[in-house]
Write a protein that binds this ligand. Structure first.
Ligand SMILES: CCCCCCCC(=O)SCCNC(=O)CCNC(=O)[C@H](O)C(C)(C)COP(=O)(O)OP(=O)(O)OC[C@H]1O[C@@H](n2cnc3c(N)ncnc32)[C@H](O)[C@@H]1OP(=O)(O)O
Length: 220
């Protein structure tokens, strides 16, 4: 049977779709620390003016580490279950490029469930730079896509983005706390209409209107 009612309280368990699931609180502290360290490493590499000898030494060390870490890899599609501050459970892809717990390319963004959707704060460094000192427009869209997807998932059930329209109202600055928020506005069968905003210093810098299509769920 296909679920056509909304909102739905139950979320599908990714294990039913053959995907491995890791509990967020079972991710080792050492891996969390490594992710943070590599995030800082990417920033350092992006901006370094170190001499050639230092660069060659760093290159050799990083290549050796790659070999050691690649010796044991997770399955593609591995999911992580996170319990938000209010007790709502959310499943996400563990390497999601915007909010994946183990992905150093993902900025440190934790979206929390609030009435009608989600919100969170993130500060971006030059890894996310587009124009000088400003966030790349593609990353602005990515942050909004994640926020509308997460809002739709926690307010209804997980889905895919069918449409995302972004309005870039003001330049979005680096090194500034950005408030990311999204709210579900309405639902119609599997269609979920969501809006999202990014604010810096209380001013909207970008906003989105999105259509999410909920994944059809078989109920036995
Ligand atoms: C916590 C997790 C957060 C994750 C956030 C990240 C989200 C993402 O980035 S997802 C990745 C980007 N998106 C994609 O790759 C999606 C690619 N597209 C697809 O897979 C499909 O087109 C998909 C799933 C959107 C819809 O396909 P399908 O499930 O077959 O839906 P379908 O049965 O055709 O349509 C269902 C309804 O949606 C409508 N619809 C579907 N696509 C669109 C569209 N693009 N525009 C308008 N309406 C649409 C249909 O008209 C239909 O409406 P109605 O109920 O009125 O008849």
């Amino acid at each position: 049977m296909t679920v056509n009612t909304q909102p739905v309280a139950e979320r599908p368990d990714p294990r039913a779709y053959g995907l491995p699931v890791v509990e967020q609180d079972q991710i080792p502290d050492e891996l969390r620390s490594l992710v943070d360290g590599v995030r800082n490493l990417v920033d350092a590499v992006s901006n370094t003016e170190a001499d050639s000898a230092t660069l060659a030494e760093a290159d050799a060390a990083v290549r050796a580490l790659n070999d050691r870490l690649n010796a044991a890899r997770r399955e593609v599609g591995t999911m992580v279950r996170r319990t938000m501050g209010d007790g709502t459970d959310e499943f996400g892809t563990i390497t999601n490029v915007v909010a994946g717990t183990t992905n150093p390319a993902a900025p440190p963004l934790d979206l929390e469930h609030v009435e009608g959707g989600v919100q969170g704060t993130v500060t971006l460094n030059t890894t996310y730079q587009g124009p000088p000192g400003l966030v790349h427009g593609g990353w602005i869209a990515a942050l909004l896509d994640q926020a509308v997807g997460s809002a739709s998932a926690v307010e209804t059930s997980p889905g895919m983005t069918a449409k995302l329209e972004v309005n870039y109202r003001q330049p979005t600055p680096l090194f500034t706390p950005l408030e990311i928020s999204a709210r579900v506005r309405s639902t119609e069968r599997r269609k979920v209409y969501v809006t999202g905003q990014i604010r810096a210093h209380g001013q909207v810098t970008a906003e989105a209107e999105a259509l999410m299509i909920r994944i059809p769920m078989d109920e036995g």
